[in-house]
Write a protein that binds this ligand. Sequence first.
Ligand code: NAD
Length: 298
Amino acid sequence: MHIKNVSVIGAGTMGNGIAHVFAQNGFLVNLVDVQPSQLEKALQTISKNFDRQISKGAVTEEQKQQALNNITTFTDIGEGVKNAQLVIEAATENEALKLKIFKQIDEAAPAGAILASNTSSISITKMAAVTTRPQQVIGMHFMNPVPVMKLVEIINGYATRKEVSETIVALSKQLGKVPCTVNDYPGFIANKILMPMINEAIYSLYEGIAGVEEIDTIMKLGMAHPMGPLQLADFIGLDVCLSILRVLHDGFGNPKYAPCPLLVNMVTAGKLGVKSGEGFYVYTAGNKELVLSERFRK
Ligand code: NAD
């Protein structure tokens, strides 16, 4: 199947990155969000990210302009997907919302279009089940920041047709990414392995085995991880980590995935990490140094 027109639903952190890489590679992108301010912000972010690529000599000013010309914004999903060959849903990680969006795009997108989700953990099979084309529904899980990270985790739902999966693998390669295909079970592979590690790091802090800096330093220097697990949790968003752990816990029914009570408390208190300004560390605009939250100072 020849794909030229791609619609991206949700213009947040991931949606703007996905629009960026498709537009850069010559695809025509319809970027859709219910909030006009998010669309405006997304275009500014995309432009800024291109400027960073230009300063590194990776793209030219002309390529940036071409890519920006390839992006059209919409606030109406029906309008935004009506000429799509591929729709990638990258809206907020909320199951009820995603099921609603999948019904809408199934009604409005051409019959042959592939419907993909960038979800971190929600069942592809469930989203497929609310459409009339479950064989054309698939997971296309990009990593943050999308223009930089090479991996695309491709998730075959229970009914995903082999040719659809092959098309998405080939397309990911065309974007310069490295696709890895997995089956649709809670957390897929990336988060089924990452989240228990983050949860174990939070448990180790909660149990008083070590402090935030010790835990992060041991994993950074001992395991050659670029970021410690607690800093990474702040970067991902503690609310996002908690919701993925709940998907794993509910989906497998195994107590080993039970979220640490400290994580639950932090999310309840609104300490969500980088996006709220405080998690295990505190974040102030313009400060690149890692500063421990007062709560965890000894
Ligand atoms: P975000 O909160 O930055 O953006 C979500 C966007 O969806 C917002 O702009 C919101 O206005 C929009 N939206 C909400 N309802 C909508 C609707 N009905 N129609 C159109 N747009 C709607 O979230 P994000 O971090 O970009 O995450 C998006 C998806 O990507 C989630 O499923 C998340 O799990 C997944 N993901 C996130 C990361 C990450 O590191 N942030 C990494 C991989 C995957």
